[in-house]
Design a protein around this ligand. Sequence first.
Ligand code: GLA
Length: 721
Amino acid sequence: MTGAALWRLDGPHQTFLFASIDNRVPECVYWGAPLPARQDYDSLSAWALAGRRAPIGGMLDQSTGVALLPERSSAFLGAPGIEAMRPDGAAWATRFELVDVEAIGQGLYFVCRDAAAGFALSIGLGIEPRSGCLSGVSQIVNEGANDLHLPWLSAPVLPGPAHGAEIIDYTGRWCREFQPQHTPWRAGAHLREIRTGRTDHQHYPGLHLPAQGGDSERADPERGGCYALQLGWSGGARMVAEQTPDGLRQIQMGAATIPGERVLKPGEAHASPPIFAAYRESLSETASSFHALGRSLAPATPMQDRPRLVHLNCWEAVYFNHDTEDLLDLARAGAALGCERFVLDDGWFLGRRDDTAGLGDWRVDPDVYPEGLTPLIDGVRALGLDFGLWVEPEMVNLDSDLARAHPDWILRPPDLPQIEGRHQLVLDLARPEVSDHLFGALDALLSDHKIGYLKWDHNRPLTMPGGADGRPSVIAQTEAVYALLDRLRAAHPSVEIESCASGGGRIDLGILTRTHRVWLSDSNDPVERLRMQHIAARFLAPEIAGAHIGPSPAHTSGRETPIAFRAWVAAQRWMGLELDPRILSDDEADLVKRVIGWYRANRAFLHGAECRLLNAPKGGFAELFIAEDRSRFILFYGVAEAADATAAPPLLLAGLDADSVYECRWVNAQDCRSASRDAVHSAGAALEKGMSVSGALLMQGGLSIPHLFPQSMMVVEGRAS
Ligand code: GLA
């Protein structure tokens, strides 16, 4: 085959064109808004070839685009998508030929081979049926007679938008997860590397690329085409957004390795984690696509047919001070407010009186629970509450029976001191005996008790992750964690699992195919939470993020906030409580009870609705939840900081039916504090009374919002009449 061979993939919101020129690894030559179905092959192919720039002085005598796996042997001078090497130093430069293409339904499967180097590359791409997102995986098979070192293999590489001005990606820390950062495109590579062996707070494995321009933080998420990408992987990752000095742009994402980590024996294969990609007409719409994707990838059981129960988590109420009678009293107070599940957090197992000991010994501590957990569980269940339990299976304290019995089970290089994190180290789950032991311990807990939910924590980064053979072992560890979760879920399919890692340290679409909820942050401060959960919703379906009403002042920030704000911020996500309900005043308890009642009545709608992230005045965050048939919406407008102007621009709603007339009503006016003096003709008065407005006017003219005190959350409901 010479010239260009062309394939296309079409989703409801995006089209991809792939071209293989002169039989080389295909390139994505177009990614953007849908193209007409009837565009003829010859003209597309001619267009693809015309996209090649002719060489000029100082260049190689060929030109190229961005291949799905850029290679050293092409004229592309950006970072290669693969780094490989034989032990004798051969095969460091590949030259793959396309040898086979299969088109199956909405998927393409390219097989390439480099006979001289002795390995094959396959690239699978598909449009996910329910979300319209692209998913892609690259795979290498060692067809040679000796080992193949594979320090880097990118998931399929996509081009960066030619007209965009900036890269938006995400950083964060404990208690301040999901902070966006804006970087202009310029010659050179923008590199993000997760070196902590878990998704981590510091570098979310995802990014947004505005299609055009990009006015940094002021950009309206409802306006302007946007590309969004994320990686489904919970270990170390590497993300490169590179612009070559000659103007090409590429995005690479894959699992990061430590030297020597990835070696393929003859016949072995290695696949990249999946990459997911969406182009839509706005950043907010890419979020909707990712929500649909997350919902479709989520474990089939048990959430599909179950409501997300209101939690009472005891952590910030009692910390390590466990006492069965006191915990039952707490559960009783929670049940009276409408809580539906009691989660026993850290502190129940052998020797766990503080965070210096006990991890690894997953047996109930008889000193604290002389009759075991059953009296507590039975008591909780008798109150009508489900029971959940905290575990941190991958970790070990040196002060534990497990560490004393099996020091060799710890993930660490021999003879090198390790820095503990929260007094703990990591177990080497890639050793079958370790995973078997953990499965046995967790299986026994779940078999011997009526436990409906596990909060699965992970509090130490995987630095110095030396495996049994002395090599680094992050990829194997991540795969072993997935396997352990899969095995446990198969044995106990009705148990829900939450992914927690010092708050939001392990959140990604890899763990989310195996877990049902994420603990977004250890911060229960609603000012922090409001921003965090809004930004996280650029990637994650809103309802999977746990959100709890915490104490005031918040234990992690010292900030005092009104109970109404705390309650409504929690109601926006998977709601729970993480305070001692017995300290609430009667008025506060009434309010919490009412908001929980509202959440329970509306969660079936909220947790399946389309969620649009609206543009809001600085310091405010607006989200619109819309019914599939557009007959109903719920708008949340949260104010973290005082607005600059009294007449803030109206909120431009989105995704409604333009012709429908919506009866709009402010459902929680009594919970919002405002500096405005009553005026008959005002946004607040009109919304309290209820007003009927067409979808067109709400989207084009907008909804005026009252001037609220900071730390207020306004909820407006609209129903098409
Ligand atoms: C981590 C979690 C918290 C809590 C503690 C218990 O920090 O993020 O929510 O469970 O562990 O030790």
